[in-house]
Design a protein. Structure first.
Length: 230
C-alpha cells in the first residue's frame, strides 16, 4: 500500500477498565489488512461477479498491497469454487499473499472447502456458526451446549482435513455469527471451546471490539495486528 502520513494522527485514549484486558490495549504497529471485497457466496448480489471480474478485482487488491485476501465462500457455489481453483491451478497467488475462505460449521461445507484449497501454499479457513438465541431456538432446536458442540465439531473436522493437506499451511480462524444477539457469557464459552482445538479465536482475549456488520457478521480486528475490511 502507499505510504501514509501516520505521524499526524494521535493514538486514541484507552478505556481504563481494571477488570478487563482488551480495552486498554493499543496498536503500536501497522496491522495486516485483510480484504473481504471478493466474497459473494450465499450473500451474493442478484448479478454476482463472474470469474473474470473476480480475477480483475483480485489483481487490483494484490497491486494495492493486501497480504491477506478473502477470496470467497467456495462451498456456496460453483463460481466461488472455480475461482479459487483458477487462482491455485494457474499459480496466480503471490508467495507473500495469503488467501482466506469462509465456511459454516457444517460437515459437507467444510469438506468442500478443503477440496477447493488443494495445492494452495497457505490459506486461512474461517469457521463460523450462528449463536443468536432466536436461531438456536427456531433453526437448530438446540440448547446452549448444542450450539457450542457445533463450533467444536467443526473445528475438529478442520483439524482433521488440515492434517491431510500436504504442502498447504492452514491457519484456522473462528467467529460466532450474530454474536451481538447472544449473551456475552455464551460467546466466551464458544471461543474457549474452539480454542481448545487450536483455533485463532477469542473476541475477549485476542480481538478488539468493533461494530456489528449489517449482514450479521462481525467487523472485527482479528488480532491486535490484523484487520478485516468488510
Amino acid at each position: 500500500m502507499s505510504l501514509m502520513p501516520i505521524e499526524k494522527y494521535q493514538a486514541f485514549e484507552p478505556v481504563k477498565l481494571p477488570d478487563r484486558e482488551w480495552p486498554g490495549r493499543v496498536i503500536t504497529k501497522a496491522p495486516v489488512w485483510c480484504s473481504v471485497d471478493l466474497r459473494d457466496g450465499n450473500q451474493a448480489l442478484i448479478d454476482p461477479m463472474d470469474t473474470s471480474k473476480k480475477l480483475r478485482m483480485f489483481k487490483v487488491l494484490v497491486d494495492m498491497g493486501f497480504k491477506e485476501i478473502e477470496i470467497g465462500f467456495p462451498s456456496a457455489s460453483q463460481t466461488e469454487f472455480d475461482f479459487l481453483r483458477k487462482l491455485i491451478d494457474e499459480n496466480l497467488i503471490p508467495d507473500d499473499v495469503t488467501v482466506q475462505v469462509l465456511t459454516q460449521s457444517r460437515d459437507h461445507l467444510i469438506e468442500r472447502t478443503f477440496e477447493s484449497l488443494v495445492g494452495a501454499k497457505r490459506a486461512i479457513v474461517h469457521l463460523y456458526n450462528s449463536t443468536s438465541t432466536l436461531q438456536r431456538r427456531v433453526v437448530f432446536g438446540l440448547d446452549r451446549d448444542g450450539i457450542t458442540d457445533i463450533a467444536v465439531k467443526g473445528a475438529e473436522l478442520i483439524k482433521k482435513f488440515a492434517a491431510d493437506m500436504n504442502g498447504t499451511e492452514i491457519i484456522h480462524q473462528y467467529s460466532p455469527e450474530s454474536f451481538g444477539h447472544r449473551a456475552r457469557l455464551r460467546r466466551r464459552d464458544l471461543q474457549r471451546g474452539d480454542r481448545r482445538l487450536g483455533a485463532d479465536a477469542g473476541e475477549e482475549d485476542h480481538r478488539q471490539s468493533a461494530e456489528h456488520g449489517g449482514d450479521g457478521h462481525p467487523q472485527y480486528l482479528c488480532r491486535s495486528d490484523r484487520v478485516v475490511l468488510p
